[in-house]
Design a protein around this ligand. Structure first.
Ligand SMILES: Nc1ncnc2c1ncn2[C@@H]1O[C@H](COP(=O)(O)OP(=O)(O)OP(=O)(O)O)[C@@H](O)[C@H]1O
Length: 358
C-alpha cells in the first residue's frame, strides 16, 4: 500500500511562471507514517490534495500500490482524508456521519444495511465513543468530533489516510492525546498515513519520518535523529527548534568563531574556509572568565536555567543546568556540539563536525 510521488510539478493556475510544486519526489512505503512539514505556503496542502486526486498537476507521476493514479478513480485510490475543518454534518447523528461514505455508494457497491450498522458499531468502538452513535455533532467536544471525522474517513476501509492539519482546532492537551491515539490506530489498522502539520513537535511525536518542504521543494526527508544531527540546511535546523548561529572560519582543523568570548574547537576533515556553527541552546558550556561576556538569568525552560549572554553585537539565550552558578566576572562559551554549514550546506563529514565538550 505504498505511495510514490515522482518528479511532481504543479504551476499556479493562471500564472505558469509560479511553481507551487517543484520536482517533488517522495517514496512512502507500506505502513509508514510520514509528516509533511514546512512553513506556511511551502506547498504541503497542494501536495496532499494532488495525492488525494482533488487537484491536478502538470508533470510527474503519483503511483499508489504500484498503479499510476492517472488510471485510477478517487475510489480506486483507496484513500481516506480528513481536513482541519472537519465539518461533520450537523443534521445527522454521529452514526449517520460515519456511514455517509457507505450510504452514498451506488446500490451495487453498497454493503447491506446490517453490514453498514455493524461497521459503524466497529468504528464507534475503535474511536472509543461506543455510546455516542445517536448523538448529534454539536453535543460533542472538539476532540470527539475529530475522532468521528476520522471514523468517517475510515468507513470505506481505505488503506491510506491523508490528514491535513486535523488537530489544528484542538487545544494543546487534547491535541496530544488525540495524536497518540491516531498513531495507535495507524499501527492497529496497518494504514499508510501522510499527515500535514506546521507543528514540528507534533510531527516528531507521531511520525516515523518528516518530509520538510520549503518553497514547493523537499529540502529533507529523514527521521528525527538525522534531522537533528544532520540537517540539510540551516533552514531545516531553525524550523525544527530554537537555533543559535555562530559565524566563523575553519583553519587548519579548528573552527575559529568570529564572536568574542567563544572558544575555538577542533573539527576534522573539513577544508579551510568560512563556516557557521549551528547549535541548540543547551549545547553550550560556560566557564568563568574575568572580562568575559556579561551574563544574566533570563527565566527557565524544561527545568533548565535560561541565561542571556551578551556577545557585544548580539545577546544569545542558552540553557544550562539550574544548579549552575552564574559567574559575575563574565563567561567564556564552549560549543559542545555543532553542525557546521558553508554556503547554507551541511559540511561533511558531519559526525566529525560534532565536537566533544571542551
Ligand atoms: N489554486 C491556486 N492558485 C494559485 N496559487 C495557489 C493555489 N493553491 C495554492 N496556491 C499557492 O501555493 C502555495 C502553497 O500553498 P499550500 O496551501 O500548499 O501551502 P501549505 O504549505 O499547505 O501552507 P499552510 O501551512 O499555510 O496551509 C501558496 O503560496 C499558495 O498561495
Amino acid at each position: 500500500m505504498s505511495v510514490r510521488i515522482e518528479d511532481l510539478v504543479r504551476r499556479a493556475p493562471g500564472n505558469h511562471d509560479r511553481i507551487l510544486l517543484d520536482q517533488v519526489t517522495v517514496d512512502i512505503p507500506d505502513g509508514a507514517f510520514v509528516a509533511l512539514v514546512g512553513p506556511s505556503g511551502a506547498g504541503k496542502t497542494t501536495l496532499l490534495r494532488a495525492i488525494a486526486g482533488l487537484d491536478p498537476f502538470d508533470t510527474g507521476r503519483i503511483v499508489i500500490d504500484d498503479r499510476n493514479t492517472n488510471d485510477l478513480s478517487a475510489r480506486e485510490r483507496n484513500v481516506g482524508f480528513v481536513f482541519q475543518n472537519y465539518a461533520l454534518f450537523r443534521h445527522m447523528t454521529v452514526a449517520k456521519n460515519i456511514s455517509f461514505g457507505l450510504d452514498v455508494l451506488p446500490g451495487s457497491q453498497r454493503p447491506a444495511k446490517s453490514e453498514i450498522d455493524r461497521r459503524v458499531k466497529e468504528l464507534l468502538d475503535l474511536i472509543q465513543l461506543p455510546d455516542l452513535g445517536s448523538s448529534y455533532p454539536q453535543r460533542l467536544s472538539g476532540g470527539q468530533r475529530q475522532r468521528v471525522a476520522l471514523a468517517r474517513a475510515l468507513a470505506t476501509r481505505p488503506k491510506h489516510l491523508l490528514l491535513d492539519e486535523p488537530f489544528g482546532a484542538l487545544d494543546p492537551v487534547v491535541r496530544r492525546t488525540v495524536r497518540q491515539w491516531l498513531r495507535s490506530l495507524h499501527d492497529q489498522l496497518g494504514l499508510t498515513t501522510i499527515l500535514v502539520t506546521h507543528d514540528q513537535e507534533e510531527a516528531l511525536d507521531v511520525a516515523d519520518r518528516l518530509v520538510v518542504m520549503q518553497d514547493g521543494r523537499i529540502v529533507q526527508d529523514d527521521g528525527a535523529e538525522a534531522l537533528e544531527n544532520r540537517p540539510a540546511t540551516p533552514f531545516v535546523m531553525e524550523f525544527l527548534g530554537e537555533t543559535l548561529s555562530f559565524p566563523g572560519r575553519i583553519t587548519g582543523g579548528m573552527f575559529l568563531p568570529e564572536l568574542p568570548h567563544v572558544a575555538p574547537f577542533p573539527v576534522a576533515g573539513i577544508a579551510d574556509g568560512p563556516a557557521a556553527a549551528l547549535i541548540r541552546p543547551h549545547e553550550i558550556r560556560l566557564t568563568p572568565e574575568a572580562g568575559g561576556a556579561p551574563v544574566q538569568r533570563a527565566g527557565s525552560r524544561y527545568g533548565l536555567s535560561k541565561l542571556a549572554v551578551d556577545l557585544g553585537d548580539r545577546i544569545v539565550d542558552i540553557l544550562v543546568p539550574a544548579s549552575e552558578a552564574v559567574p559575575a566576572s563574565g563567561v567564556k562559551l564552549h560549543i559542545a556540539a555543532a553542525r557546521l554549514f558553508r554556503d547554507d550546506r551541511l559540511l561533511e563529514p558531519t559526525h566529525e563536525a560534532r565536537v566533544a565538550a571542551a
